[in-house]
Design a protein around this ligand. Structure first.
Ligand code: IVH
Length: 664
């Protein structure tokens, strides 16, 4: 292969990986700017060597957010992306191109904030909300209605509407809500979300609607896809007015400007205002106002020629990296954290930044004493972008992760299959403490009165080293702890007693099996009726479960194979912890283990209500139709799931028949 050929292939593969991480996994590993640079580089190469431009390229498409388990819908009008730029010159050039195209016209542009969220298309038929679909690959997206229809401010019904209307906008999360969720996660020792956009994207793609509803999302609408009949709009600015009139949340600050230079002034104004916006804004979108001209300008394969997005540079600052501190998690995993000389960035003081793991530190050659460049883009958690080499002290030495652990007296080993160092010994008091804190936390066994200070004392006095020890604590022992009296000791004993009846998923989560978080614990409970059946599951059985991948399957299997853990389980059993799923106990058996799939919108029940009913009789819901499905409950405008159920000969019920069946 010729050199440019190789470079093109390599860049395409790299960008495709980042597309998957961003759109499907909501877990990007690079920031927008770095990503946009890669894309520009590829575009330039493809333009310079058009003969190599074979096959598909990520420069010609809009990415793809579709996931297994969701029903796909075709957009009536495709959802495209926008060309973007970080430079004023390129923005002016965009305007010049349009002026050349329409020499007779004086062009008006609408300047809008660009919301850093997740694109969505809402379909209304005869004014009634029918469904919400993600952008998908631009042509076809996932039905995310069940996680969207509860968003505050979204009208269920609109008056004087066209027969068919696709309203386009952005789902986002407020900084406040993002911080609330992260602080709960921090208290529960779970990995933090990097920014509100990723968390919003992850939330709309949750298969568990109850979990999704526990996180507050917001929405703002700015555009229209299909509209039948079409007489409704002639200008972009008018769309805002109409949407507002129908009761949709719309962008508060927009500018209708004459010519591209004045559009630029509005962008500058927007930049000074955006700190005060409640929604995350990472740029401006400039749109030609007149629809007739929009139509004439047309589209490339992935973006309109009549609009462009101008992205603001992420804020960056230099500061001193004072030390690399090591944090220990519930499974003994050691996470490096940069302790920084406090610096002002995007309106907040930054004094810590995650360094992810040993490989990241090595790749960027980050050393204590370095001056580092930190960035807070959409990232609320600051990132260390790299070091300022010219400011490195002469006596600086590469950071030796293993040696640093030794110096701190922490005995840890690096995971053979990852970049994570983990404290190997279960006797390590910090690890013991973290494991107990996790077990007692709200997302696990919810043991009241067992906070950090108490756990610390229990471990340091060797009264509890593991979770089974907790159930052997006596009142006499507790009375010897600081600040404990008769009443508080009794309260803790009672709280521990009460925790024995928690849901199975809470117990599974509390065990602290590496990689198993709250959602996975729920997925496991949905597939196993007791801890005993989970503990004897093979890796293959585990991997067959929706939401459980091979790494997690291996981890669960290895955890239950460990003799210490088996002994722990036996002791928990002896102490009377409930190992069985209450979901199963509630049933009379008729629907136990029956798999239901919901599709379309039901006349009276919401998805959550229907799911609750199913679970109450011992059944469970799945999001995709397969041979294993027992019933499909189908509502209005159901699509591909319905067709598949017919093909597989699965019993299809409407809401009435479903309720009748439950009654029986
Ligand atoms: S208009 C034909 N307006 O940015 C595309 N998009 O980078 C029309 N976005 O896919 C899109 N704020 O998800 C438009 N005020 C705004 C926007 C906006 C955010 C998103 C949208 C789009 C992406 C392109």
């Amino acid at each position: 292969m010729a050199a440019p050929d190789k470079a093109i292939a390599k860049l395409r593969a790299e960008i495709e990986t980042h597309d998957r991480l961003y759109y499907k996994d909501a877990r990007p590993t690079i920031d927008d700017q770095a990503y946009d640079r890669l894309k520009k580089e590829l575009e330039a190469l493809e333009a310079a060597y058009p003969s190599f431009d074979f096959g598909t390229s990520p420069t010609k498409s809009v990415g793809d957010d579709r996931l297994e388990g969701f029903e796909s819908y075709r957009h009536r009008v495709p959802m495209l992306s926008l060309d973007n730029t970080y430079s004023r010159e390129e923005l002016i050039e965009f305007g010049k191109r349009l002026e050349k195209r329409f020499p007779e016209q004086s062009l008006k542009y609408l300047v809008e904030p660009k919301i850093d969220g997740v694109a969505v298309s809402l379909t209304y038929e005869k004014g009634r909300f029918i469904r919400a679909v993600s952008r998908g690959n631009g042509t076809e997206g996932d039905d995310i209605s069940q996680n969207v229809r509860h968003i505050a401010g979204l009208p269920e019904q609109i008056e004087n509407a066209p027969d068919i209307l696709e309203v386009r906008g952005e789902i986002y999360m407020l900084h406040e809500e993002f911080e609330r969720i992260n602080s709960v996660r921090e208290a529960e020792d779970q990995a933090l979300y990097a920014n509100p956009r990723n968390l919003a994207a992850g939330t709309i793609k949750l298969l568990d609607p109850t979990e999704a509803r526990s996180r507050k999302l917001d929405i703002v609408l700015y555009g229209v896809g299909a509209c039948e009949p079409t007489r409704f709009f002639s200008h972009q600015a008018e769309i805002q007015e109409r949407l507002k009139g129908w009761g949709f949340p719309v962008l508060e600050n927009i500018w209708l400007t004459d010519g591209i230079e004045s559009a630029w002034s509005s962008i500058e104004e927007l930049d000074t205002l955006r700190q005060q916006f409640t929604y995350p804004t990472d740029g401006a979108v400039v749109k030609l106002d007149d629809f007739r001209l929009q139509e004439e300008a047309g589209f490339t394969s992935k973006a309109p020629r009549w609009a462009i997005s101008f992205k603001f540079e992420a804020e960056r600052a230099e500061t001193l990296l004072k030390e690399i501190s090591l944090q220990i998690g519930r499974t003994g995993a050691v996470t490096p954290v940069a302790i920084l000389e406090p610096v002002q960035l995007a309106g907040t003081t930054v004094s810590r930044a995650t360094l992810h793991n040993e490989d990241e530190i090595r790749r960027k050659d980050i050393r204590p004493g370095d001056t580092v460049l930190v960035q807070k883009a959409g990232e609320i958690i600051p990132q260390v972008l790299g070091i300022v080499e010219s400011k490195r002290p002469a006596d600086s030495q590469a950071f030796d992760f293993g040696q640093h652990l030794k110096d701190l007296g922490i005995e840890a080993e690096r995971d053979p299959d990852g970049a994570v160092w983990r404290i190997a010994s279960k006797d390590n008091p910090i690890r013991q403490q973290r494991a107990l804190q996790h077990f007692a936390s709200r997302a696990c066994m919810d043991v009241e009165n067992l906070g950090t200070a108490v756990v610390e004392q229990l471990v340091s006095r060797e009264l509890a080293k593991n979770i089974a020890d907790l159930y052997e604590l006596t009142k006499e022992q507790l009375l010897k702890l600081d600040k404990f009296a008769e009443k508080s000791a009794q309260n803790l004993i009672d709280a521990l007693e009460a925790s024995k009846q928690r849901d199975l998923w809470q117990l599974i989560h509390g065990l602290g099996i590496p990689h198993v978080g709250k959602q996975s614990a729920k997925d496991l409970e949905a597939s196993f009726d007791s801890l005993d059946s989970l503990s004897t599951a093979t890796e293959e059985q585990l991997e067959a479960i929706d939401g459980i991948g091979s790494i997690m399957a291996q981890s669960i299997h290895a955890w239950f194979a460990d003799s210490d853990n088996r002994e722990l389980i036996d002791r928990l059993r002896k102490h009377g912890l409930d190992f069985t799923s209450k979901r199963q106990q509630n049933t009379d058996g008729a629907f136990a283990d029956k798999i239901f799939v919901l599709t379309g919108s039901l006349p009276t029940l919401t998805r959550t209500e229907a799911t609750d009913l199913i679970e109450r009789v011992g059944g469970r819901t799945s999001s995709s139709v397969s041979k294993k499905t027992d019933f499909v409950i189908s509502g209005e405008s159901s699509g591909s799931k319905y067709d598949k159920a017919v093909k597989l000969g699965i019993t299809i019920l409407d809401e009435g028949a479903f309720l009748e069946l439950l009654e029986k």
